[in-house]
Ligand binder design. Structure first.
Ligand code: ADE
Length: 280
């Protein structure tokens, strides 16, 4: 799989994507990362790539020409590599907060592509006309605004790359992990058996794989119910698991009621001492 990243900061992207698991996959020829510097494609004699927005307003806008020419260079490279000059319009992702938020499902889908072009914006954005011309997918990595699209591009590249067959070793494999089936992963433990007076759950030392699997599934469900109830709503749970989640919520409610009673008791005790009404 080949990633073409159109950016004003190619070194930033390459520095990250040449390390760790993605770097190893690049070394092994499973992935290729090409970072194209948009500034190299500007026709401006001062190497300018941005200008004031029409209609006024703060900041600068990246101009259409250098972005389009950088994109065309990537498209040509893809066509040459595939030995097919008319190989169409490659999937082109613009990283922007003005989009649907990236999910594991999108990563899986993008991992089917042979080539992905990613466009990183800066300043107040990119001239809309070139976006209309080249972009096939708009992706946000979350509802917050970053200074540029490079970090989001690296996030997307990492999540997609690890789904490409062979990128993860068996040990690193993506089999049972967070977000599989809309459940978060169960807690993990390693040596020593006791740390800081905390013991590893005994079932994990039992050697009984069926019991371990059942415990892990239960922990996944409970963790998702606690931390990401929005995800749990999309998970397929058995009747027994649904009952377990209801019981967890009921236990939490009981604890809250108990805590509020304890607080009331404390207020009353204090009032008895001071002779004042409790302050609510
Ligand atoms: N560029 C700036 N902020 C972003 C975000 N949250 N997601 C994707 N691209 C961005």
């Amino acid at each position: 799989m080949h990633f073409y990243i159109l950016t004003l900061f190619p070194e930033m992207v390459m520095q990250v994507l040449k390390t760790s698991i993605i770097g190893r996959a690049v070394q092994n020829g499973l992935l290729c990362v090409h970072a194209l510097n948009i500034r190299d494609y500007t026709n401006d004699k001062h190497k300018k790539v941005d200008d004031y927005p029409y209609g006024g307003g703060a900041g600068m806008v990246m101009q259409a020409q250098p972005v389009y020419d950088a994109w065309q260079a990537a498209v040509q490279e893809i066509a040459q590599k595939r030995g097919n000059p008319g190989c169409g319009h490659p999937r082109t992702i613009y990283l922007t907060p003005q989009a649907q938020v990236f999910t594991q499902g999108t990563a899986k889908q993008l991992a089917q592509e042979q080539d992905l072009i990613m466009l990183c914006g800066h300043y107040e954005g990119i001239d809309e006309r070139v976006l209309e011309e080249i972009v096939t997918d708009y992706i946000s990595i979350g509802d917050y605004v970053l200074t540029g699209g490079e970090l989001p591009a690296m996030v997307v590249a990492d999540a997609v790359a690890r789904m490409v067959p062979g990128v993860l070793t068996n040990a690193e494999s993506a089999g049972t992990e967070s977000l599989e089936g809309n459940l978060l992963e169960y807690p993990q433990y390693s040596r020593p058996e006791e740390w800081n007076k905390k013991k590893v759950p005994p079932i994990l030392l039992s050697g009984n794989h069926a019991n371990v699997d059942a415990w892990r599934r239960e922990q996944s469900v409970l963790r998702t119910a606690k931390r990401r109830p929005d995800l749990l709503a999309q998970a397929a749970l058995t009747e027994k698991e649904q009952e377990m989640v209801r019981e967890m919520h009921a236990a939490k409610d009981r604890k809250q009621v108990q805590a509020s009673h304890t607080q009331e008791d404390q207020n009353q005790t204090q009032a008895a001492f001071t002779g004042c009404e409790p302050q609510i």
